[in-house]
Design a binder for this molecule. Structure first.
Ligand code: ZN
Ligand code: ZN
Ligand code: FE
Length: 751
């Protein structure tokens, strides 16, 4: 007796070779029926005897392709139809989109082998891919994932490609972006004016240009990159000058893992991250004495390494490598994705552009992470990870959470699933804000979500807040910045109980109207109470104090020395007396000097006191330089105070001023400052534990991009018997806010 079973599978099951795998299981087990994509996932009907069906169901669930992730399987019996064959049928749209749309996948090993195989018909073809690899998120127009709804729709397959595409036993069976030189996209070359250059071999021309020390633009998966020879100081200086990016680290693409190891130290976890299908930029320690230009990362001595992830990268790097590969944009603008976006780049920054005619439908920057301990510490989560679902500890109706203004991402939820957007950038740049609006509409359309609840930061002047209000949603929810940080990290770990939240951050608006950023909170998912905060100091000039860390140094010293100007001048040797007078007037007159408890500003102050950074060219620069100045393993702390809900680093500031007078090196001072923060925060957490009876400490905030502090604080807390949770799915910086906002709104609704 034959039975017929219907399986509805949700998860990341489209664009990852799921249907072909199901087809193969069916043919091997001689089961009849069909498999098709639906916008809810994948639907399978299968008919056969009990034992075959049992084996088939087992294989579908447990032998799925490497990139597939199954969230749920619903199985029901349906009447048999007497079907004899198994087929893959045309997609239908269904109302309920729970499908995990796949992120972009790096080109796989098998395809790379073909790319360089003499005699292979795709040898040297820059758009080679297969069922298991290739672009997804950046080429999909709408779901379900089928060729006619991708940017490959305009390319008609040649008979050879079409045969592979339809043959279930071929590795390109059902590979939507499949193409070859006869039928698919092709390379092109644009000159400095954006005009097409007639040229037989654009790739060769690009390599020649790079070898000649030029900066060029290269069209990638999620946008254009700016590239140059990573061993050529002159080319790097040119790129930095023209891009107006004097110091911030630039990523370097190496042709192979072996080449990465020639230039950098990489442990097993780092290597695994580099080789993963997400192909992120992984921050590694650089080896001494290599030919890599020092201009790659003047502030840190680290290297953001990435392996080629598109076939075009492989071909380019085979000609010249390593290459600097940085986002193709000017200053803070979004990365260029088409010829229009190249306007400010060609001529002004890049000599030529190596381009192609496969449109990029969605901008998606490279992801960047470090390995801290053995887990990823994201600095940016974007290509390769977006739009992966993050499962939250609470669910409810669809929510749009608008995020913050710096390093913005936003998030959409559906049930307990959250989809955090790609990196958008700093919304103050109007083009980034345009991108934000587009991306928010786009993701909502893609996921077919119409959120009735919109969540935003408490800060009324954030662009993201204004956007939230403009949405005209049925319900608006405001969430405090540092609570959102902690809630985001709680959500990652699916914690729903009361925890101690340590938010060490730049600045965010607090409940009392002052700027917070050094907070120890007692947090549940729905809200937080402030238990401790860093001692407050004025920020003379507000935003100006963030751009000029020496202002924070002055402010802290002014407070701690009770306005002893000669003593301050002794520490801040580079500061002009006239500037000091202005600052004194601002602080004593309380003019444009908002009070802040920010931990980030404390890092700024110490960095400037040591003369490491008195004005910044990128966000967090003073803290980065301070971290990298530290001599690892230096023991000891400076004095600090923990009382009355205040973490007082006044004594620390004075002790450091004394060290500077005594000519102690920055290596020792920075290391001891880090130790001091770790011990002080851990001590405050112990105080909180006395009343709150929780041993769970959750860490969030931009300061935790500092992996030295993260590891010192984690050890200090563990030594005191705490369980420590830090971010591993999202960055600890403001890119995590949206998830925290969403989960907070949902938790409040559930109450
Ligand atoms: Zn492949
Ligand atoms: Zn073809
Ligand atoms: Fe923040």
């Amino acid at each position: 007796m034959n039975k017929r079973i219907r399986m509805a599978i949700s998860g990341r099951v489209q664009g990852v070779g799921f249907r072909p795998a199901v087809f193969r299981h069916a043919s091997e087990l001689d089961v009849a029926g069909f498999v098709r994509n639906s916008s809810g996932g994948v639907i399978i009907e299968c008919e056969g005897d009990d034992s075959r069906l049992g084996a088939f169901i087992e294989r579908v669930q447990h032998r799925s392709p490497p990139q597939a992730v199954i969230y749920s399987v619903a199985i029901e019996e349906v009447p048999p139809t007497g079907e004899r064959t198994f087929q893959i049928v045309q997609s239908v749209r269904s109302a309920d989109v729970t499908v995990g749309m796949p992120p972009d996948l790096a080109v796989c090993e098998v395809c790379v082998k073909e790319l360089f195989s003499p005699g292979n018909r795709r040898r040297g073809y820059p758009f080679i891919n297969c069922t298991n690899c290739g672009p997804r998120f950046t080429i999909i127009d709408s779901l379900p994932y089928d060729r006619e709804r991708t940017s490959m729709a305009e390319f008609t397959m040649c008979p050879k490609c079409s045969r592979e595409y339809r043959n279930p036993h071929d590795r390109r069976f059902d590979a939507q972006p499949d193409a070859c030189a006869a039928c698919g996209p092709a390379l092109g070359l644009l000159d400095a004016h954006g005009l097409k250059v007639e040229c037989d071999d654009p790739l060769r021309a690009a390599i020649t240009s790079l070898a000649g020390g030029h900066v060029i633009a290269v069209k990638g998966i999620g946008g254009y990159h700016l590239c140059c020879d990573a061993m050529n100081d002159f080319a790097l200086q040119l790129l930095r000058d023209r891009k107006r990016r004097p110091h911030k680290a630039l990523a370097v693409m190496f042709k192979s893992l072996r080449q990465v190891e020639e230039f950098c130290e990489a442990g097993e976890v780092e290597k695994a991250a580099l080789l993963g299908p997400q192909a992120p930029v992984v921050v590694l320690k650089r080896k001494a004495g290599t030919a890599l230009s020092g201009l790659v990362s003047p502030d840190t001595g680290d290297v953001g390494a990435v392996l080629p992830y598109s076939p075009l990268h492989h071909l380019l790097l085979a000609g010249i490598s390593p290459l600097v590969m940085t986002s193709g944009n000017v200053a803070d603008e979004p990365m260029a994705v088409d010829e229009n976006g190249l306007g400010g780049i060609l001529g002004a920054i890049a000599a030529v552009a190596l381009t192609h005619n496969r449109p990029i439908l969605r901008r998606c920057d490279d992801s960047v992470l470090k390995i801290a301990g053995r887990s990823p510490l994201f600095l940016r989560r974007s290509r390769g990870y977006v739009p992966d679902v993050i499962e939250m500890p609470v669910g409810g109706p669809p929510v749009l959470a608008c995020g913050g203004d710096l390093k913005n991402t936003f998030c959409l939820t559906r049930g307990r699933q959250a989809v955090v957007s790609q990196h958008i950038g700093d919304l103050e740049e109007w083009r980034s804000f345009e991108f934000y609006r587009q991306a928010a509409d786009d993701l909502a359309a893609l996921l077919e979500v119409k959120p009735g609840i919109v969540v935003h930061d408490m800060h009324p002047d954030y662009r993201s807040t204004r956007y939230a209000i403009e949405c005209g949603a049925a319900q608006l929810v405001a969430v405090q910045h540092h609570h959102a940080h902690i809630a985001a990290c709680m959500a990652e770990h699916r914690l729903a109980e009361t925890v101690i939240g340590v938010a060490l951050d730049g600045t965010g608006l607090g409940d009392d109207g002052t700027l917070w950023g050094g907070e120890i909170l007692v947090s549940s998912l729905s809200g937080s109470r402030r238990a401790f905060h860093f001692k407050q100091y004025p920020m003379p000039g507000g935003e100006e104090a963030i751009l000029n860390p020496d202002r924070m140094a002055f402010s802290c010293l002014y407070a701690e020395t009770a306005g002893d100007m000669p003593a301050i001048a002794g520490v801040l040797e580079g500061m002009k007396p006239a500037d000091m007078e202005v600052l004194e007037k601002m602080i004593s007159g309380k003019l444009l000097s908002p009070m802040t408890s920010s931990a980030g500003r404390l890092f700024d102050a110490v960095s400037a006191m040591l003369g490491l950074c008195t004005s910044v060219t990128y966000e967090g620069q003073a803290a980065v330089r301070l971290q990298y100045a530290a001599t690892p393993g230096t023991p000891g702390e400076y004095p600090f105070g923990v009382a009355g809900g205040v973490l007082d680093f006044g004594p620390t500031i004075l002790a450091i001023a004394g060290e500077i007078a005594g000519d102690a090196g920055a290596g020792r001072v920075s290391a001891m400052f880090h130790n001091t923060l770790a011990v002080a925060v851990a001590t405050a957490c112990e105080e909180v534990r006395q009343k709150e009876k929780t041993v769970k400490v959750v860490l969030s905030g931009g300061v935790f991009q500092n992996d030295l502090l993260l590891s010192l604080l984690t050890s200090a807390l563990k030594a005191r018997g705490f369980e420590v949770f830090s971010h591993h799915l999202l960055p600890p910086n403001d890119a995590c806010l949206c998830l925290g906002q969403a989960v907070t709104a949902l938790a409040r609704m559930g109450q």
